[in-house]
Design a protein around this ligand. Sequence first.
Ligand code: NKO
Length: 199
Amino acid sequence: MLKGLVFIIGAYLLGSVPFAILICKPFGIDPRKAGSGNPGATNVARLLGKKWGFLTLVGDLGKALGPVALAKYLLRTDPYYYWWLSGVGLAAFLGHLYPIYLRFRGGKGVASATGVLLLLCPLAVGISLPLFIFSVALSGYVSVGSLLASLSAPLWVYLFCPRVPYMILASFMAVLIWIKHRENIKRLLRGEEKSWRKR
Ligand code: NKO
């Protein structure tokens, strides 16, 4: 019980680490004040190029995957193992969205949710990822890929990893990802969203 709670707090604090902001800092750029204003991989790619965007993606995905991986190993004998794992994943995800170090104003959670799901239900990521790639390639908008992939992910979890805590977590993350994309949705509807092909 205590071990699980320590994991949840640790995951939240690690999830709160804003890789986009840290990576942009040496360049004198704040991703919250430039481009889309989002501290995420897409905006870093927009501001500094693909290489740094990819590094942000790895950081934001890894900080969520790491605590879940450790919990998978250290909490495996707990009777509520699957609930704890989901709780640890949720804590890391919420850390990214609502970081304690940034007055609770964080990113949109796509990379972090992917890191969590990669360990809880790899097949869900295996299907959502090609969907993400196809929709970005076809539409030209990263946000469209994020919206469609996150919308579909709970369905793959229901089908292939039907554990109650996993299903609740995947649905909850998808809802929050959509809420965090509300400005993108408005821009898409107005035809004002920035294509990733243009800077
Ligand atoms: O700057 O507002 P912006 O245009 O940057 O950014 C919009 C964008 C924000 O998201 C990001 C993160 C990009 C991550 C790319 C990795 C995508 C892998 C998707 C696979 C599965 C998704 C699972 C969701 C689980 C609920 O959208």
